[in-house]
Structures are given as structure tokens and as C-alpha cells.
Design a protein around this ligand. Structure first.
Ligand code: NAI
Length: 335
């Protein structure tokens, strides 16, 4: 019997290419795991499941507690509700964790970027409560609850303390959204003042914060955001370290965790062997640390750092010519 059972959700677009690459790398690095492959997204409907988020997929994650997921496509301006939003809400995966770090060999404007974005994953404008008041007038409701704001703040400060991080900065717009964003920062400050005064806590209004982040990202340590700001800030941070191909992520709940890259299904390059699988592989490394396979995680991390530093086998998004499969094979050879 395998030591771990892990749910693998290939997803849509480039999802199957990068998710299978990540599973191959982990196996080659010595992970003893049984992969339970489950569908989600448009591909779930194509496979004959009646839903973009089949109940069988939710049940498998609930049973095995950990999943590696490829991105899924969400239709714009209509169609079904986002699979990701549904998944995060149904499994209460309340904390999105996105570490954004400068990578060896990847030349960007800044060196030594090392930021962790913590995004509240279950409410805000992503509650999807939209309403047509009358013809030509629509509204979208932003939801903030004390429970969720307090829970994500605690998660951020615990994360900071357990990893020796020094500062947590909330990005907000409480000058305009006085109740919702006001609640978000009030809860964060309360959690800080009551139990985490060993960590510096501060707050920045998100528009000016975005400018400061782009001007000098090395000044930031951890960024705490509600759902929408966290989504946008994560992609902005990705641009600072080489793009969406190199930023991993985790969605953490009390009973389950789903690991996935920050990027989407990239329909423009899907099926062309052009996707950089590294973000998904790095998400896999986060998953390995989560399940206690720290030695396997370290082995993979060393291999990708070496291959990036060498700069000989890079995917197109990083200025190279290697395809998804060539990069994956080279990484396996480096293990
Ligand atoms: P995207 O992240 O899929 O793509 C943005 C740009 O980055 C594209 O030019 C794409 O080719 C490039 N890119 C993304 N990942 C890459 C990789 N691994 N290697 C090389 N290049 C990469 O964002 P977009 O186009 O806004 O969204 C496409 C679809 O993905 C939408 O349906 C969206 O809803 C969905 N999406 C899903 C997510 C998830 O499942 N976690 C997250 C974000 C978007």
C-alpha cells in the first residue's frame, strides 16, 4: 500500500499538462503515493459528469484530505459559477497562500523579492451575490464576516510566527468600504494586538500600496488581503519574479488542502507543449511539505533551482525554448 493517497485534478487547458508533469516529478523524486485522478471544470462535463464540480471529486478530497489541482476554465460574463470559488467555499479552504520569491537565474527588475500573499478565500465579492435591480442596474454584494476576517488574520500571524517572518501588512480600501474592509482590518488589528505583538502589523490603502509594491517589492514581507485584492495582488507579485509560470499556491482549510498554481488554464497555449509546469511543480513542493515529505520536497526544490540557475533548459515564458515535456524531463534528470 502506498504511503500517501493524493487526489490529482488535471483540470482544463494547460492543467493536464502541468498537473501530470508535477506528479511525474514527485514520483521520480521518490514520493510513495497513490494518485486518485478526479475531474473538475469543463473537462468534467465533457467526461459525462453532470456538473463542473462533481460530488465525487469533492468526496475524494474530503476523504483523502489533500489534492494537487490544475487550473480550470471559468466562463466570462455568464455560464456556470467558478469551480474554484465553489471548491474553496464547499471545502472551507479559507486561506490561500501564495509565496512569491525571486528565482535563481530569472532576471527581473528586482532581486531578493520574498513575499507571501495570504488571501481570504471564502467571501468578499466572490460570494457571487449579484442582482439585477432593474433593467440597466445591477449590484454585487461584498460580504465580510467577523468569523472569516478573524480566522484569516490568525492564519496569517501563525504563518508569520512559524516561519520567522517579521511583518504582516493588510491591503484594504476601508476609507471607501468602511463596513466590509473596515471589518477586515479591525479584526486583523485585534488578532495582532491580542496575541501576535512579536510580529509587526501595519495597514496600507490598496491603491497606494500597489504603487509601493511595484516601486520596491523588497520592502514587503507578508501581505494580507480579502478575496478580490488577494487575487489581483498575487498576479501583480508574480510579475515581479518572472511571471505566472513560477508562482505556486495552496488553499488551506481545517480539514483539507488543495494545492494549485496561481495561473489559470491559459487557453492560448493549451495542448501545445508550451506551458511552464514549474508553478504547478512548486505547488506540489508546498504539498509535500504539508504532508511531511520534506526530504522529497527539498530534492525537487534543489533540482529546479539548479536548472533555473544553469539557464540552459527554460520554457518560453522564461525566455527559453524548452517545451513542457522537455523541461519536465530535464528536471527529472537533475533530481
Ligand atoms: P491565465 O493565468 O490562464 O493566463 C494569463 C497569461 O499567462 C496567458 O498569456 C498564459 O498563456 C500565460 N500563462 C499562464 N500560465 C502559464 C504557464 N504555466 N506557462 C506559461 N504561460 C502561462 O489567465 P487568464 O487568461 O486570465 O484565464 C484563463 C482561464 O483560467 C479563465 O477561464 C480563468 O477563469 C481561469 N483561471 C483559473 C484559475 C484556477 O483554476 N486556479 C486561476 C486563474 C484563472
Amino acid at each position: 500500500m502506498a504511503k500517501h493517497t493524493i487526489v490529482l485534478i488535471p483540470g482544463d487547458g494547460i492543467g493536464p499538462e502541468v498537473a501530470h508533469a508535477a506528479a511525474r516529478v514527485m514520483e521520480a523524486a521518490g514520493l510513495d503515493a497513490k494518485w486518485v485522478e478526479m475531474p473538475a471544470g469543463a473537462s468534467a462535463v465533457e467526461k459525462g459528469y453532470g456538473d463542473v464540480l462533481p460530488k465525487e471529486t469533492l468526496a475524494a478530497i474530503t476523504e483523502h484530505k489533500v489534492a494537487l489541482k490544475g487550473p480550470v476554465t471559468t466562463p466570462i460574463g455568464g455560464g456556470f459559477a467558478s469551480v474554484n470559488v465553489q471548491l474553496r467555499k464547499k471545502l472551507n479552504l479559507y486561506a490561500a497562500v501564495r509565496p512569491v520569491r525571486s528565482m535563481p537565474g530569472i532576471k527581473t527588475r528586482y532581486e531578493n523579492v520574498d513575499i507571501v500573499v495570504i488571501r481570504e478565500n471564502t467571501e468578499g465579492l466572490y460570494s457571487g451575490i449579484e442582482n439585477e435591480v432593474t433593467a440597466g442596474v445591477v449590484t454585487s454584494m461584498k460580504v465580510a464576516t467577523e468569523v472569516a476576517c478573524t480566522r484569516i488574520a490568525k492564519y496569517a500571524f501563525e504563518y508569520a510566527r512559524s516561519r520567522g517572518r517579521k511583518r504582516v501588512t493588510s491591503f484594504h480600501k476601508a476609507n471607501i468600504m468602511k463596513l466590509t474592509d473596515g471589518m477586515f482590518i479591525r479584526c486583523a488589528k485585534k488578532v495582532h494586538d491580542e496575541a501576535y505583538t512579536d510580529i509587526i502589523y501595519d495597514e496600507l490603502i490598496i491603491d497606494a500600496a500597489s504603487m509601493r509594491l511595484i516601486q520596491d517589492p523588497t520592502k514587503f514581507d507578508m501581505i494580507l488581503c480579502e478575496n478580490l485584492y488577494g487575487d489581483i495582488v498575487s498576479d501583480m507579485c508574480a510579475a515581479l519574479v518572472g511571471g505566472l509560470g513560477v508562482v505556486p499556491g495552496a488553499n488551506i482549510g481545517e480539514h483539507a488542502a488543495v494545492f494549485e498554481a496561481v495561473h489559470g488554464s491559459a487557453p492560448d497555449i493549451a495542448g501545445k507543449n508550451l506551458a511552464n509546469p514549474l508553478a504547478c511543480i512548486m505547488s506540489g513542493v508546498m504539498m509535500l511539505n504539508h504532508i511531511g515529505e520534506t526530504a522529497v520536497a527539498a530534492k525537487i526544490k534543489t533540482a529546479y533551482n539548479n536548472i533555473l540557475a544553469e539557464g540552459k533548459c527554460l520554457t518560453r515564458d522564461l525566455g527559453g525554448t524548452a517545451g513542457t515535456t522537455e523541461f519536465t524531463a530535464a528536471l527529472i534528470a537533475h533530481l
